[in-house]
Design a protein around this ligand. Structure first.
Ligand code: ADP
Ligand code: 5GP
Length: 429
């Protein structure tokens, strides 16, 4: 099964040792590649275009910014530097991990765009050691070294955004620390799908998953926030875990996956999943409308709010001004409004007798080809839980597939596989 490429960001002040550590990692680990940045800085003579940097002029850089060419870019020490987005995503989609050696502003942008990226802050043991290294590198004038030393304080103030800190004192130790971080991250379950060793215990469970190889799957996830004023909102208990788990399952199957997520507790899909953030039900409809055009399947795991404040206030309502009444207007039904040309998987949370019949009616109302039914009265199932179980129902037949109790990730693999089996079957008819 597919193993997902990771995005590793080494950042810190100039002279900290990012380049040294980044190249060490690329040399040491298979399936890793170094991202060559684009810059408006002039070549330092011995530097090679395409190997050290892609050197471009100001106009060319600006036009690339306008065309959303960069995953991140920043002004650093008077020049502009950026990382090409399409190349990074392509490498990761092919299972290769990408190593970036960039400044802290770029690292912060990466965390926003790809929350599962691994951010490592590198710093020598002291300010003096940093100055020493800059001076001994022999690449910068005294004036430039001074400029970079001044900038270092500002850069250190961003460290709190990072996941790891590596003190680059003794180089060999720093190298092995970076390797260890890489090793641990590459063993994270979100990056390795469902291990084959575990499948041995559930033979046949993931049969059908391969149907999704090369397909495009759009997954909506999490709750939405409907604003009362600029600070308060109406929302629900959805954690986003089921949506992220569905994204992981389809990614592991080899699909291109887009996750359109409301502001969820969990919105860190594996790196190759393209994350589109939406806030309100209206935003989500707009984002999905753009994405479903290219989709082979839409998975509506989001718990979209059915209501939104009819008269949102701007600023912050003040308690001193007394009682406030809230009028809620219904939002539009996203699945129905979309009229997606691809098949849709809906989700239903039902309680008590007649749940299956009600779920079937919902599937029909939504025009979905399948629905995953959660029994709300089963303990530890549904919203705000780590686990799940349920039944997949199909519009075209009376077939029902029971998905046994397990982690949401396990359940997501079972759902994706049963949809794949159904698709394969209908393709053969
Ligand atoms: P950065 O990419 O962060 O600007 P470099 O990797 O170019 O930093 O390292 C700056 C200089 O310090 C280089 O000359 C490098 O060889 C040297 N260097 C890196 N790590 C160490 C270390 N642990 N001890 C001594 N010198 C180091
Ligand atoms: P230098 O000019 O010494 O090669 O690099 C100067 C600084 O620019 C370094 O801190 C380096 O990490 C940063 N940098 C290099 N490439 C990129 C990039 O693509 N994006 C960002 N944000 N910074 C970069």
């Amino acid at each position: 099964m597919f193993s997902s490429g990771m995005l590793f960001v080494l950042a810190g002040p100039s002279g900290a040792g990012k380049t040294t550590l980044a190249h060490h990692l690329v040399g040491k680990k298979d399936e890793t590649v170094f991202s060559v940045s684009t810059t408006t800085r002039a070549s330092r003579g011995e530097e090679i275009h395409g190997k050290d940097y892609f050197f471009v002029n100001d106009d060319e850089f600006s036009s690339r910014v306008e065309n959303s060419y960069f995953l991140e870019w920043a002004h650093v020490h008077g020049n502009r530097y950026g990382t090409e987005g399409a190349w990074v995503r392509e490498q990761m989609a092919q299972g290769r991990s990408v190593i970036l050696d960039i400044d802290v502003q770029g690292a912060v942008q990466i965390k926003e765009a790809m929350p599962s990226a691994v951010l490592i802050f590198v710093l020598p043991a002291s300010r003096d050691a940093l100055r020493n290294r800059l001076e001994h590198r022999n690449t910068d004038s005294d004036k430039t070294v001074e400029k970079r030393m001044k900038a270092a304080a500002g850069e250190v103030s961003f460290m709190g955004v990072f996941d790891y800190f590596v003190c680059n004192d003794v180089l060999e130790e720093a190298k092995s620390e970076v390797e260890n971080i890489f090793l641990a991250e590459s063993m994270r379950l979100r990056n390795i799908g469902w291990p084959v060793q575990a499948l041995d215990y559930h033979k046949g469970y993931t049969d059908g998953l391969s149907f999704w190889k090369g397909k495009t799957v759009v997954v909506s996830s999490g709750p939405t926030r409907e604003m009362i004023d600029d600070v308060r909102f109406v929302s629900n208990r959805s954690s986003g875990l089921m949506g992220v788990s569905m994204a992981e399952a389809f990614l592991a199957a080899g699909a291109r996956v887009v996750l359109v997520s409301g502001p969820a507790f969990n919105m860190e899909p594996p790196g190759p999943v393209r994350l589109v953030k939406a806030r309100s039900a209206g935003d989500m409809l707009k984002a999905l409308r753009e994405e479903v055009v290219h989709a082979d399947l839409l998975v509506m795991a989001a718990a979209v709010s059915d209501f939104t404040p009819a008269f949102p206030a701007s600023g912050k309502l003040k308690r001193e001004e007394g009682e406030v009444s809230l009028t809620l207007a219904p939002t539009s039904d996203i699945t129905r409004s979309l009229e997606a040309s691809c098949p849709v998987l809906s989700f239903a949370l039902e309680y008590g007798d007649g749940a299956v019949e009600r779920a079937r009616l919902k599937m029909k109302r939504k025009g979905a080809f399948a629905i995953f039914l959660n029994m709300g009265d089963t303990p530890n199932v549904g919203m705000e839980t780590a686990c799940n179980s349920g039944i997949v129902l199909f519009a075209s037949s009376n077939k029902r597939i029971e998905i046994p109790f397990g982690s949401k990730k396990f359940v997501a693999f079972g759902i994706a596989a049963s949809l794949g089996r159904e698709m394969e079957r209908s393709d053969h008819e």
